[in-house]
Design a protein around this ligand. Sequence first.
Ligand code: NAD
Ligand code: IPM
Ligand code: MN
Length: 359
Amino acid sequence: AETKKIAVIAGDGIGPEVVGEAIKVIRKIEELYEYNFEFQHGLFGGIAIDEKGTPLPQETLEICQNADAVLLGAVGGPKWDNNSKELRPETGLLGIRKALGLFSNIRPATVFDCLKDASTLKPEVLEGTDLIVVRELTGGIYFGEKFRREGANGEEAVDTCVYNVQEIERIVRQAFEIAMTRSKRLASVDKANVLETSRLWREVVNRIAPEYPEVELEHVLVDNCAMQLLRRPSSFDVIVTENMFGDILSDEAAMLTGSIGMLSSASLGEGSFGLYEPVHGSAPDIAGQGISNPIATVLSVALMFRLTFGYADAAQAIEDAVKEVLDAGHRTGDIAVDKSKAIGTEAMGELIVNAIRKI
Ligand code: NAD
Ligand code: IPM
Ligand code: MN
């Protein structure tokens, strides 16, 4: 098969640790299958600020633009938390999503049966939970104009939230398409009782809905959704929502799976190109200790193989290996009930690599 080019931007904190294990998984797939991969590494985030004076160097962006897919770790950390907007790692993350046209962020929350005890929720509440958050990724309050000004009572800060019809249409269509491949249930989450952008969102959803008569659509207000996710998570299948709501709800959904260290994501645009990253951040509190959970990043590789490369067999092999290792009782600290038996990042990575088989 032709060699696929993967841009690797590991970033800060636990980013390099978890990406390191994901790369071992990709190498194992290369050994077992006829697939070939080539890695191009780029500086990104805080480390790029330190070494190049910007969180997203032009060179890194070009490496990503010339690749078939991007594997990203995480960015950020206390060292850069008081920097101005241009010199923040997170600004690089928003910049790369925008520059690559990645408007759709897919975040699956699948509950592994054997991890039910790792969640803070009761096992019977989690029964049958398997949902996907489809998050709009390049609009809304993240990208609207931001500024400070002098108000009547002193300094004020302004963040504006803007959505146009086209931005809403493309993400909503994608969510309907995904719902059609699953149980045909779609929850559109908004705050239409208060926000004008949400009222437009709901109008657009209702306009598109007749194109998918088989999909059972419900509109859910975001505060209620946050509550229902804990009350009856299995009632959700596909959730589509705007940028900030999707950010918050997906971290909440992570706890259904037991840990934020389990949640993978795919960021897509119009074509097959995609950026794949764990939902979690750089975890400065545990960085450098070798104890982070690499599974979110490993499962992001499986998404990359399935959604960008069309390597469904290799994707399945990775997911099966993760399940096998978890079923055998191996746990990193974040998902361990008995923390004294927890294993480290590399040990977990090695177990997964050894469990990958050709199917
Ligand atoms: P976080 O996701 O980094 O960490 C939250 C908690 O979850 C921490 O206690 C952490 O130890 C734990 N955790 C996260 N990933 C884990 C893993 N793989 N294994 C075990 N435990 C894990 O969120 P935060 O602490 O709010 O943010 C830290 C930094 O990361 C901030 O600078 C933030 O801006 C950044 N961030 C980056 C991304 C990204 O790059 N995509 C995402 C979220 C946050
Ligand atoms: C995520 C992160 C980012 C976001 C931050 C770090 C900019 O929380 O990928 O979920 O809010 O999109
Ligand atoms: Mn987030």
